[in-house]
Design a protein around this ligand. Structure first.
Ligand code: RB5
Length: 146
């Protein structure tokens, strides 16, 4: 699986932690589009970079992070083809895959600690879309883009 990851300055440390968690899987190729320091950057620019890879098929999924996860998830969900789930708990992360087929996960570096974030990422990576009635609903979400 290929994953593109990116954060603004509000979640650089959590981004590094998430990359460590992704390494555990042994079969995930990670592309990090930054940011890499404490200098302020605009989270919509990061969302755009990560989501472009997902929409273009260069990555299977994306992970975006900002201080709260709110701004960057809002930005990601403006991009056609993206279903971004801002998750602060494991159950939501699991359901965002099973029911919503989320292709991007958002996390908040100033909200979610390293331990819970790791569990959220593991659940989200392992979660599989259930299809069936959920497929109909996801198709309706995507139809709202038009
Ligand atoms: C940046 O200070 C902050 O606004 C951003 O990281 C995020 O929390 C926005 O939703």
């Amino acid at each position: 699986m290929k994953i593109t990851i990116g954060s603004d300055h509000g979640a650089v440390d959590l981004k590094e932690e998430v990359k460590m968690v992704l390494k555990e899987f042994g079969n995930i190729e990670v592309k990090d589009v930054g940011t890499f320091g404490t200098e302020a950057v605009d989270y919509p620019d990061i969302a755009e970079k990560v989501c472009a890879d997902v929409v273009d098929g260069k990555s299977d999924r994306g992970i975006v992070l900002c201080g709260t996860g709110i701004g960057i998830s809002m930005a990601a969900n403006k991009i056609k083809g993206i279903r971004c789930a801002l998750c602060t708990d494991v159950y939501s992360a699991k359901m965002s895959r099973e029911h919503n087929n989320a292709n991007v996960l958002a996390l908040g570096g100033r909200v979610t600690g390293f331990g819970p974030a790791g569990e959220i990422v593991r659940a989200w990576i392992e979660g599989e879309f259930s299809g069936g009635r959920h497929e109909r609903r996801v198709n309706k979400i995507m139809a709202l883009e038009n």
